[in-house]
Design a protein around this ligand. Structure first.
Ligand code: F6R
Length: 240
């Protein structure tokens, strides 16, 4: 795993956006999987800046949500559909027909199966951007003895619900389940970049950079199985 340390969040976001833009230049129709949450906001904003300044064409880009909360309407400001629309899709020429997100109001099992099928029909992802939970989750694959290989419904851990409650008015509003990509699909991506910032991520980043074991109770350790992973984090996520 390659590790790049940046001086701050802004530099992390700029560098990550530049890497994504370069990939889009190489393959304008790449299949790109995108996370939500606090960490990627700066990266998406920088990507929009590059789009505007460099007239980069996103019209062929295929964009996939990594996860979606079960039970939140698309219009809900905390739905992940809303998030990517707000930070990226509406601000670029990404075609709505090239954006994919699980529909959490369908039969969930069928939806997971269909979402996985669409990803496979695209030949899996060319590029996946990941965040990381303080407990080591990637996507919403929580620490657990058994991991689902493919798209599935995941019960969120209490610690994830607590962490994500900062985006909701009341903790009780945070959904308890999400549809997420499974580990196999994440690992089939040709390129993986994981971003992390801030002191709260220092423990998990230290653990990730030092681990030599694949431990299902530390989901990010599955990244050791991939040969093109770059971890980009700011000084705070390294030094605490
Ligand atoms: C969300 C996702 C999660 C987040 C993680 C970190 O789409 O896939 O794995 O990346 O929970 O969230 P933040 O960035 O809010 O710290």
């Amino acid at each position: 795993m390659k590790n790049i340390i940046t001086k701050d969040y802004q530099e992390m976001s700029q560098l990550t956006a530049r890497i994504i833009a370069d990939e889009i230049k190489k393959k304008p129709n790449m299949a790109f999987a995108i996370p939500t949450g606090g960490t990627p906001i700066g990266t998406l904003q920088e990507l929009v800046n590059i789009y505007n300044k460099e007239k980069l064409d996103f019209s062929k880009l295929k964009c996939f949500n990594i996860d979606e909360y079960v039970s939140l309407e698309k219009e809900h400001e905390q739905s992940y559909y809303y998030f990517l629309n707000h930070y990226l899709y509406q601000k670029t020429n990404i075609s709505p027909s090239n954006t994919y997100v699980p529909n959490v109001f369908n039969d969930l099992e069928k939806e997971c199966h269909d979402y996985e099928k669409i990803i496979q029909e695209h030949g899996n992802f060319d590029f996946i951007l990941l965040g990381i939970g303080e407990d080591g989750h990637i996507g919403f694959n929580e620490p657990q003895a058994l991991h689902q290989a493919y798209c599935h419904v995941q019960k969120l851990d209490q610690s994830t619900i607590e962490a994500n409650s900062r985006f909701f008015e009341k903790k009780e509003e945070v959904p308890k389940h999400a549809i997420t990509l499974g580990m196999a699909t994440i690992l089939k991506s040709k390129k993986i970049v994981l971003i992390a910032n801030g002191k709260k991520k220092a423990n998990v980043i230290k653990k990730l950079l030092s681990t030599q074991e694949i431990n299902p109770l530390f989901p990010a350790s599955f990244l050791l199985l991939h040969n093109d992973v770059t971890i980009i984090c700011d000084q705070d996520a390294i030094n605490g």
